[in-house]
Ligand binder design. Structure first.
Ligand SMILES: Cc1ncc(COP(=O)(O)O)c(C=O)c1O
Length: 384
């Protein structure tokens, strides 16, 4: 008899990773590939970050750290909240994690029980609902609207009460849209009034164009704030992030971290210390993303991608391709195979309406984005 395979381990794929795999396979055969699918900076970590780790690599033991991370990094994160948000937080609130992905695991396990209901926006980052499901927590899918910048509103959330949690992301993946200050405040108040634990994924903070992002902590001290060195700091592969933890969850999250991960990778914690001093180069990346966004906004409509979510930040455009296809997965696959341009299918982010959407990531260089648009424009003129 075959051995058992658990039900909860049957997670839906993170489709972008499957597209990345197909794109890499294509590239390994010597074909041109334009990576407009993957959500990571086209750049590596700043040079100062790489340099900062050289000496410790050869001279230090690099063993485990405290579960919540090394003190200088936690201090720097405290300072970051002061200088970037004008917020005073305690060092004891800061937990350094193995990327924000580990932050979700810790937050969901600490804040919710099996059977609890947690609202997530659709379209939204797929791993929220996949992780919740694996933990026996019910993801309550809130279909958001273009008019609301694809973000949740208290009015819409009311229909889903009772809720135990709400996850927000501003800027969001896949839309790049943001909650403005009043919208974030209204959601924070809604959560307080209805006893809903707010989890704010602030991973795209720093990559914003017309307005800066505000932390949910400003309005809701019970919120769990999740952040990472992956995006603004351009350090995806280093697997280091952080969370701000409310008082009553500190010890549970510390124990979860001790048992599940022990600590975030030590070399990455040391390297991340240098990242806060690299604002000049990192802000330069944001300027490049802005140029890329503007290039796409000016070129895409004329080649057939004319319904785009208003991209306030991150490095994504979410395009309604209903006039071209009702099967975004098939569409993305065909485009990749015939042109080498990789897009992410919307179904990853929205399992119902996503079949009519694609996500375009514009984190590569302006030159690559321009070339990719040339290639797509030619393909569209022949095929659509
Ligand atoms: C909204 C969002 N949250 C979290 C993550 C995971 O990031 P990390 O590398 O910090 O685990 C991603 C990665 O794409 C993301 O888009």
């Amino acid at each position: 008899m075959p051995l058992k395979v658990s039900e909860r381990g049957q997670m839906a794929p993170f489709m972008v990773m499957d597209v990345l795999y197909a794109a890499n396979q294509r590239a390994s055969l010597g074909n041109a590939v334009y990576h407009l699918e993957i959500g990571q900076p086209g750049t590596g970590a700043p040079r100062e970050v790489i340099e900062a780790i050289q000496e410790p690599l050869s001279l230090q033991k690099l063993g485990y750290t405290d579960a919540f991370g090394i003190t200088p990094l936690r201090d720097d994160i405290v300072e970051h909240y002061k200088s970037s948000y004008g917020l005073s937080i305690g060092q004891n609130q800061v937990a350094v994690t193995s990327g924000s992905s580990a932050g979700f695991v810790l937050a969901f396990l600490a804040a919710f029980d099996v059977g609890d209901r947690v609202a997530v926006a659709s379209p939204g980052y797929p791993c929220y609902r996949h992780i919740l499901k694996a933990f026996g927590i019910e993801p309550v899918i809130l279909e958001t609207a273009f008019e609301d910048r694809f973000q949740p509103t208290p009015e819409k959330l009311k229909a889903y009460l009772p809720l135990d949690g709400l996850i927000v992301a501003s800027p969001s993946n896949p839309t790049g849209t943001m909650l403005d200050v009043s919208a974030l405040k209204a959601l924070s108040n809604f959560c307080r009034e209805h006893n809903v634990r707010l989890i704010s994924d602030e991973i795209y903070h720093g990559i914003t164009y017309e307005q800066s992002a505000v932390s949910a902590l400003e309005f809701n001290q019970d919120a769990i704030i999740i952040n990472s060195f992956s995006k603004y700091f351009s350090m995806t592969g280093w697997r280091v992030g952080w969370m701000l933890v409310p008082e009553e969850l500190l010890r549970p999250i510390e124990c979860l971290q001790q048992n599940l991960f022990i600590c975030a990778p030590t070399p990455s914690q040391i390297a991340a210390l240098a990242a806060f001093d690299c604002k000049k180069i990192l802000d330069g990346h944001v300027t490049r993303y802005l140029q890329n966004r503007d290039l796409l906004l000016s070129r895409l409509p004329s080649i057939g991608f004319d319904k785009l979510a208003p991209a306030d930040g991150a490095f994504y455009l979410y395009a309604d391709v209903s006039s071209l296809t009702n099967d975004s997965e098939g569409f993305c696959h065909k485009v990749l195979m015939e042109t080498g341009v990789a897009f992410a299918p919307g179904r990853d982010f929205d399992s119902s309406r996503g079949k009519q959407f694609i996500r375009i990531s514009y984190s590569e260089s302006l030159d690559i984005i321009n070339q990719a648009v040339d290639v797509i424009a030619e393909w569209m003129s022949e095929n659509c």
